[in-house]
Structures are given as structure tokens and as C-alpha cells.
Design a binder for this molecule. Structure first.
Ligand SMILES: [Zn+2]
Length: 307
């Protein structure tokens, strides 16, 4: 039974997501695309439970070289006051969870919902533990740099900021619901590829399964189930608190300060330090600005050129 204000906000959010469709059932990885179809043939996890807020509205089958992968998006409260959005999958004999994100609310941002998750590989591997750890860290670094190249905002602490949802207007500030949906599905598939123990890989990416064989891994341990520790922050910290991100996006009226584009024009918005933190810039409103992912990537390339 839904009683809390925050719970109602989550229900409204889930209704928005249920109404949103994945354009042409297509996912884009740079200039490549995968075309799927709606619906699945298996019964994955909690799709028919009434406490699962998405019902069967987002279930897709995507053809991969070695067979079809079926996925089901599900949203529910996994601990009191902690909602998560999950991507479950089935590929061949494997079925389980690919990825999930936290629906975090912040008191100082008027009940807005932040859809974030720390990118972390915690699959347990056999063999030498030092080698296994290095391999995980390498995969994580490659995955995060790929996400950034694809225009996603990943913080220095490897938190991916997928969506900032304003409960007052029931809409996203930094993206659109269509883009959020395709981003979430794509990142779930990418993560499965990089984990290497989900039975599938995306043929257009470098293979990790062969390397994983060295470590003999089939354990599914994932940190996604844990509630991340609250990021501690101050003006002297590089981490931009979620509530501050919300205020910067609101102040900048949800448009890029360089090119003026908004999510409706097909861009995703990032919140960025004007004077870089590495050069002494503080994490304060005056030193933060809204940039679209394209301008932000251009800016980081320019500062790389400068040194
Ligand atoms: Zn821009």
C-alpha cells in the first residue's frame, strides 16, 4: 500500500516510464544499432507481481549473434524507502539480473528523484586474487571510459548519473524519458558484456569472455543490491552533490550554457565545474554550469590539448 509522499512520486515516475516507448525498439551504440522487438517468451522474476510498478510494459527481445536475449525492466521497493529499477535478462541457460539503479531522493532538492548507480564489477573470479582484482579494475576503467565517450555523465567516483527527475513537473531535467529508457537498457546490455559471465556478448565490442576464462568465473555476486553509502561532500570535494546538480540544472533552465540546447533537442545535460577542480575550482553554484554531453566532451578534449 502506497502511503508516503515519496512513494506516490515513485508511482507517478513509474507511470511515466510505462507510457514511454523505446523508439523503433532500437538501441544505439555510437553509430551501430541493435533492433529488438517487444515482448518476451520466458517468465522473468517479478513481472506479474502487483508491487512491481512497471508490469510487463518494458520487455524486449534483442537478437545477438549467438541467440536472442530477453530482458524485462522492473521497478520496486527492495528495502523500506529504497526503490530500484532493475534489468533482468535471460540468454540461453543463464537468467538473472544485468544491472539496476537506485532511485535516490534528496531532501534539499524538493523530492526530486536521482537515478544513479556506482559502476562496479564485483564478479568473483578464481585463480590468483591479485590478477583477478587487476582484471576487474581494468574492465571497470574500460567500461567507464566507454560510457563517457558515448556521452554519459560518470563522476570521478564512478557514479553514473542517468536521470534527474523533477517530481514537481513529473519530467526529467537532464534528459528525456525516451533517452533515459534506451540508456538504461543499453547500459544493462553493455554491463552484461563486460561482466563476461552472463552467457552473451555484444559482437561489436571487444570480447572479454576469453579473458575471463583465465579466471574461471561464474559467480553472480553484484554490488548493485547494496545501497550505496551516501557520498560525503563539501566545497573542497570534487563530487557534486545530487541536490546541487538539481539546483544548477534549474538555474540554467535545463539548457546547455554553451550551445543553448535542451534535452528536447536531442542532447543529454551534464553538470560541470567551470574552473576545473584540479585547478582549484570549488564545488559551489557559481563555479558550476550545465553543459550538454557534446559540449562537455569538447571541453575536456580542449583541456587535454592545453597540457
Ligand atoms: Zn552544448
Amino acid at each position: 500500500m502506497i502511503t508516503h509522499e515519496e512513494d506516490k512520486d515513485v508511482v507517478v515516475f513509474a507511470q511515466l516510464l510505462s507510457r514511454t516507448s523505446l523508439p523503433e525498439n532500437k538501441l544505439y551504440i555510437g553509430s551501430f544499432s541493435i533492433t529488438g522487438r517487444q515482448g518476451i517468451e520466458s517468465n522473468l522474476q517479478y513481472r506479474h507481481e502487483d508491487w512491481q510498478l512497471l508490469g510487463t510494459s518494458h520487455e524486449y527481445t534483442f537478437p545477438l549473434m549467438e541467440g536472442d536475449i530477453q530482458i524485462s525492466l522492473q521497478l520496486y521497493e527492495n528495502m523500506r524507502d529504497h526503490y530500484r529499477l532493475y534489468c533482468y535478462c535471460k540468454f540461453g541457460r543463464y537468467s538473472g539480473m544485468l544491472f539496476s539503479i537506485n532511485l535516490t531522493t534528496e531532501k534539499d532538492a524538493e523530492g526530486s528523484i536521482f537515478l544513479t548507480q556506482q559502476i562496479k564489477f564485483s564478479d568473483r573470479m578464481g585463480g590468483d586474487s591479485k590478477h583477478a582484482q587487476h582484471f576487474r579494475q581494468m574492465k571497470q576503467a574500460v567500461f567507464v571510459s566507454m560510457l563517457r565517450k558515448l556521452g554519459y555523465e560518470v563522476t570521478d567516483q564512478n557514479h553514473i548519473i542517468l536521470g534527474i527527475y523533477d517530481t514537481k513537473t513529473a519530467s526529467f531535467l537532464n534528459t528525456t524519458s525516451e533517452k533515459f529508457l534506451s540508456d538504461f537498457i543499453l547500459i544493462s546490455l553493455l554491463k552484461g558484456h563486460f561482466m563476461g559471465n552472463k552467457g552473451f556478448e555484444l559482437e561489436i565490442l571487444p570480447s572479454y569472455n576469453k579473458m575471463t576464462d583465465l579466471f574461471v568465473s561464474n559467480n553472480d555476486a553484484m554490488d548493485d543490491e547494496h545501497i550505496p553509502a551516501k557520498v560525503h561532500h563539501s566545497q573542497r570535494s570534487r563530487a557534486i552533490p545530487l541536490g546541487v546538480r538539481f539546483k544548477v540544472l534549474e538555474r540554467d533552465k535545463g539548457t546547455c550554457k554553451l550551445c543553448g540546447r535542451a534535452p528536447a533537442d536531442g542532447v543529454k545535460l551534464h553538470v560541470d565545474h567551470i574552473v576545473p577542480f584540479s585547478l582549484g575550482g570549488l564545488t559551489v553554484m557559481d563555479n558550476l554550469q550545465t553543459l550538454c554531453s557534446e559540449c562537455n566532451i569538447g571541453k575536456s578534449n580542449r583541456s587535454v590539448e592545453r597540457y
